[in-house]
Design a protein around this ligand. Structure first.
Ligand code: SAM
Ligand code: SF4
Length: 458
């Protein structure tokens, strides 16, 4: 690279926006850049390289990128005045969708790298430094990326593992099929090898990631087969997956939730709307009753399963009656946690040009009503765990001395007084109180009881 401002390691700062796939991608970018001597920076203004790993899913997320580039440009100029360099790299879905525009609008940006090209970062950085071109790398070769990435260095007892990318479902509101490309599943052997390596490095919980993770077809065994194979890996004690599509909840996968104790009783299953008319206009290819039937079957297989979902309010043409159907669905299901959004027009998607766009104040009012209901449901779900003893995987030190933070099987953060040596252990914790977004607990025993006692909460 050009001058890096004297001796000492080069500093890298990565700002991650959006979904868990971006969190995973940021980790992998860190791995790719470590051999070039990049150590983490605490703050962007301290960094020799700043990567913005961007999200394009809603308009707000995209706008943030341009304002952040503006802020970084000021640091870049200040550092230049001090004889030091700062490379600005834009990665992720905004890079994919608006690469050309970024290059034209933001000359301070040194590199634009799409989600399938970050394994090429070292080479691209070298080229940018030599000013020999290719500042924009945005292709869709997912397999090539996964093959080229170095071994991982997990930094905790939980890890994301990306198994599937892209999407062929083309919901009419969504940019993912355009920014992440066609659906691609990694070969099962590669996924198992990565999971074994993670377990050997102390990872106890793996969350499988994909835009449509349960559509995974990297092997004839399919997604349920992959989960079974992962559950056999020694050291892996917990498995989770996100995000799922209701159409891909096969009988085998639903049954597995009742059979496989390592599969945690928590599922993020977006439905978007409770109105059949809106679901059809969204091209979701299922109705509200189909979704409820999937949930009923899941609850028969695993009665205590905690449910999460995604909702969009104010999709074009959504009437009061359509919105009431969404509220009705949420009341009928009862969520432990959920995400909800105002519909955001994404240029290039079919819904962007639909008539009957819903006015902003109506969207805002509907969102507030829905979120208030979802908040109440989450609080009720959390309150219902008070007095119970849950198996908690301790993940890291808490904010207070002598405190650890872990997660319940239902993905709730749990705080408890416990010594640091228990990080990585699944132990029984008696839940004593709820906080806004977490639970407070008391460690019952510092030695793990038999697995069966831990995995099936009463
Ligand atoms: N593949 C997943 C599925 O189908 O459920 C979701 C992936 S998407 C990255 C995450 C969520 O963002 C979606 O479930 C949807 O609720 C929300 N989303 C996507 N496009 C949106 C838009 N144009 N406006 C508002 N929310 C949107
Ligand atoms: Fe987007 Fe999910 Fe629909 Fe694919 S299935 S288009 S990722 S919302």
């Amino acid at each position: 690279m050009a001058d890096q401002g004297g001796t000492g390691p080069k500093r890298l700062y990565i700002e991650t926006y959006g979904c868990q796939m971006n969190v995973y991608d940021s980790e992998r970018m860190r791995d790719v850049l470590a051999p070039l001597g990049y150590a983490p920076a605490e703050r962007p203004d301290d960094a020799d390289m700043v990567v913005l790993n961007t999200c394009h899913i809603r308009e707000k997320a995209t706008e943030k990128v341009y304002s952040e580039i503006g802020r970084l440009r000021v640091h870049k100029e200040r550092r230049r005045g001090e004889g030091r360099d700062m490379k600005i790299v834009i990665a992720g879905c905004v890079a994919q969708a608006e690469g050309e525009e970024i290059m034209a609008r933001a000359p301070a940006v040194d590199l634009v790298v799409g989600p399938q090209a970050y394994h090429k970062l070292p080479e691209l950085i070298a080229r940018a430094a030599r000013k020999t071109g290719e500042r924009l790398a945005a292709d869709f070769a997912a397999q090539e990326k996964f093959d080229a990435l170095p071994a991982r260095a997990p930094d905790g007892v939980t890890a994301f593992l990306s198994i599937q990318e892209g999407c062929d479902k083309f919901c009419t509101f969504c940019v993912v099929p355009y920014t992440r490309g066609a659906e691609y599943s990694r070969p099962m052997a590669d996924v198992l090898a990565e999971a074994r390596a993670l377990a050997e490095q102390g990872v106890r919980e793996i969350t499988l990631l994909g835009q449509n993770v349960n559509a995974y077809h990297g092997d004839d065994a399919g997604f349920a087969g992959l989960l079974r194979a992962l559950a056999r890996i020694g050291g892996v004690e917990r498995l989770r997956y996100t995000t799922s599509h209701p159409l891909e909840m096969t009988d085998e996968l639903i049954a597995l939730h009742g059979e496989e104790p390592k599969l945690m009783p928590y599922l993020h299953l977006p439905v978007q709307s409770g109105s059949d008319r809106v679901l059809a206009a969204m091209n979701r290819r299922h109705g509200a009753a189909d979704y409820r039937a999937v949930i009923d079957r899941l609850r028969r297989a695993r009665p205590d399963i905690a449910l999460s979902g995604d909702f969009i309010v104010g999709f074009p043409g959504e009437s009061d009656a359509d919105f009431a159907a969404t509220i009705g669905l949420v009341e009928a299901i009862g969520y432990a946690q959920a995400y909800s959004f105002k519909y955001s027009v994404r240029p290039g998607t079919p819904a962007a040009t639909l008539p009957d766009q819903v006015p902003e104040p109506v969207k805002a009012e509907r969102l507030e009503r829905l979120q208030s209901l979802l908040r109440d449901q989450q609080a009720a779900f959390n309150r219902a765990t008070v007095g119970r003893t849950l198996p908690v995987l301790f993940e890291r030190a808490g904010r207070h001395d002598g405190q650890l933070i872990g997660r319940s099987p239902y993905a709730q953060p749990v705080h408890a007084a416990a010594p640091g040596r228990l990080i990585g252990k699944v132990l029984p914790v008696s839940i004593v109180a709820t906080r806004t977004n977490s639970l407070a607990g008391r460690l019952v025993a510092a030695v793990a009881p038999p697995v069966a006692d831990l995995q099936v909460p009463a």
